[in-house]
Design a protein around this ligand. Structure first.
Ligand code: CAA
Length: 264
């Protein structure tokens, strides 16, 4: 069971279950709207988790009713262009999760809208509770998505569905999200955290070296041509043979025992 220590953050709760850190968005009165403070704290929290060698996987989640209803509209509404520009709005503190080298799993239940959906898409994969609802409703506010929604959503679900969601604000449920590749799988909401933590523990039991490299390899697929990506994969794959963990993994298979990976 996850252990809850007193949170050093005002807007996040931090739990641990063995090597899996659980970061819970915690602004229930505002449906976990992603305020500047929350994103500052998320950045600081991820910095701390990345620096802690005992953390091998991270789960970002909300409550069983809401992941996040988007960026904080009340805070954002009065902003001027000069403020948005000079404060480096969004770039300053929203993208830390995209730079995480450790695996980050989004466990999403309930509303996952606007910046909430964009935050979930920055994670490595999304496991959805069966009550999850995904959407980019910014168009209803006279704006557009601003933290990757038009770009990542399009890569995940294709142009037609992304265009419909972004232009009309239509939400999709968990079943549709799985069908179009936005989420890796859907589980009953009561099992969501158990499944996400189980995935985190499985990752934590593997070689941290091959896990980190595998994550980088898949991410390269989004940023380059197939030929470049395959070349990158081949070089990284060859370099794995320099690690003790490769010898241990393959020797353990041949000896019919469980491998003990040391991250060397
Ligand atoms: N920002 C600030 N406050 C929010 C919020 C948001 N994104 N979403 C909900 N809240 C607040 C509401 O104002 C309300 O507060 P009060 O009790 O003080 O009035 C409280 O949370 C509960 O919300 P509702 O009463 O609206 O709850 P509901 O169950 O009737 O509706 C909902 C739920 C459909 C999610 C609705 O709250 C909603 O539509 N929220 C906004 C969704 C949205 O437009 N998100 C995009 C934001 S812009 C963005 O994210 C830009 C970007 O790309 C970075």
């Amino acid at each position: 069971m996850p252990e809850t220590a007193p949170s050093p953050y005002e807007t996040l709760l931090l739990d641990r279950d063995e090597a899996v850190a659980i970061v819970r968005l915690n602004r229930p009165d505002a449906l976990n709207a992603l305020s500047d403070r929350l994103m500052d704290e998320m950045t600081a929290c991820l910095d701390a988790l990345e620096a802690d060698p005992s953390v091998r996987a991270i789960v970002i989640t909300g409550s069983d009713k809401v992941f996040a209803a988007g960026a904080d509209i009340k805070e954002m509404g009065p902003k001027t262009y000069a403020e948005a520009f000079t404060q480096d709005f969004l770039t300053r503190n929203w993208e830390r999760v995209t730079r995480c080298r450790k695996p980050v799993i989004a466990a999403v239940a309930g509303h996952c809208l606007g910046g909430g959906c964009e935050l979930a898409m920055m994670c490595d994969f999304i496991i959805a509770g069966d009550n999850a609802q995904f959407g980019q409703p910014e168009i209803n506010l006279g704006i557009t998505p601003g933290v990757g929604g038009t770009q990542r959503l399009t890569r995940f679900v294709g142009k037609s569905k992304a265009m419909e969601m972004v232009l009309t604000g239509r939400r999709i449920d968990a079943v549709e999200a799985e069908r179009c590749g936005l989420v890796s799988r859907v589980v009953p909401v009561a099992e969501l955290m158990g499944e996400a933590i189980k995935a985190g523990k499985k990752i934590a039991s593997l070689s941290p070296l091959s896990v980190m490299m595998a994550k980088e390899m898949v991410n390269v697929a989004y940023e380059t041509t197939l030929a470049e990506g395959v070349r990158y994969e081949r070089r990284q794959f060859q370099s794995l043979f320099a690690f003790d963990d490769q010898k241990e993994g393959m020797t353990a298979f041949v000896e019919k025992r469980k491998p003990t990976f040391k991250g060397t």
